[in-house]
Design a protein around this ligand. Structure first.
Ligand SMILES: C[S@@+](CC[C@H](N)C(=O)[O-])C[C@H]1O[C@@H](n2cnc3c(N)ncnc32)[C@H](O)[C@@H]1O
Length: 248
């Protein structure tokens, strides 16, 4: 899958994506990353990419012409999404990441300053996407988070394909707690069941922990999660306090 990021700070994108899992995926060629410098498409000799807002007010606004030129330079497969990163967009989540990963290419347009001249929405079909209800200094940080989350669904990016299927949200629930060695540290023990070697009991315990965590931290997810009869009975017991403390 190929990611194309339109930005006035391409170095932020390339340096952040060069390490760890994304870096390895890039080396293997499982994903591609193309950081396009919008400034290369500026139309005056000073390479200006921003200007004062009409109507006055603080800050600068990103100009349309360089952005339009940078987008025109892309040659993407038909139907590839172009995301406009903005705090005003639809909220990015796990389902959107999985859906975006089904495309062979994804373009991401990063704003800076007070944002981009609003006419971009009229000129080019963009999907406006937000990372959440807060303001970043630039779309690059949102683009990187989205690339990272989407890339995890691209086959070959994660070493163990299983890890993408068991994680929080993948099943509609939060993930069960994880532990590693040593079995005891400063009096804190790993739950005995995980040391038992009984895979069936471990699997059931993990499911129950997943249900409990979701009930405690994100009960809203239970409304749409895929639950079995056994899960529902367990949750009823948990809600009425029938789960012993050492299990809960
Ligand atoms: C300082 S912000 C501009 C905010 C804009 N003036 C507003 O109030 O909506 C600069 C850029 O950062 C990016 N950005 C900021 N917060 C974001 C968020 N929550 N999600 C996605 N992108 C964001 C956008 O690309 C935005 O154009």
């Amino acid at each position: 899958m190929n990611f194309h990021v339109l930005t006035i700070f391409p170095g932020i994108i390339t340096s952040a994506a060069s390490g760890s899992i994304l870096g390895k995926a890039l080396e293997k060629g499982v994903i591609g990353l193309n950081a396009i410098d919008i400034r290369d498409y500026a139309t005056n000799k000073h390479n200006t990419v921003d200007d004062y807002p009409y109507g006055g007010g603080p800050g600068m606004v990103m100009k349309l012409e360089p952005i339009y030129g940078a987008i025109q330079s892309l040659s993407l497969p038909e139907g590839s999404p172009l995301l406009l990163l903005t705090p005003q967009g639809e909220r990015f989540d796990h389902a959107m990441a999985r859906d975006l990963a089904s495309h062979s290419a994804l373009a991401l347009l990063c704003g800076r300053y007070e944002g981009i001249d609003d006419r971009v929405r009229d000129l080019i079909p963009v999907r406006e996407v937000s990372l959440g209800d807060f303001i970043l200094t630039g779309g690059e940080f949102a683009a990187l988070a989205i690339i990272d989350a989407v890339a995890r669904f691209v086959p070959g990016v994660l070493g163990d394909e299983e890890s993408a299927t068991e994680e929080s949200f993948a099943t509609g629930l939060l993930e069960y707690p994880q532990y590693t060695r040593p079995p005891e540290f400063m009096g804190q023990r790993v739950p005995d069941i995980l040391l038992s070697g009984d895979h069936g009991r471990v699997a059931r315990w993990r499911r129950e922990q997943s249900l409990l965590r979701t009930l405690q931290k994100r009960p809203d997810l239970l409304e749409t999660a895929d639950l079995t009869e056994e899960d529902r009975n367990f949750l009823e017991k948990a809600k009425s306090g029938q789960i012993p403390d050492d299990e809960a």
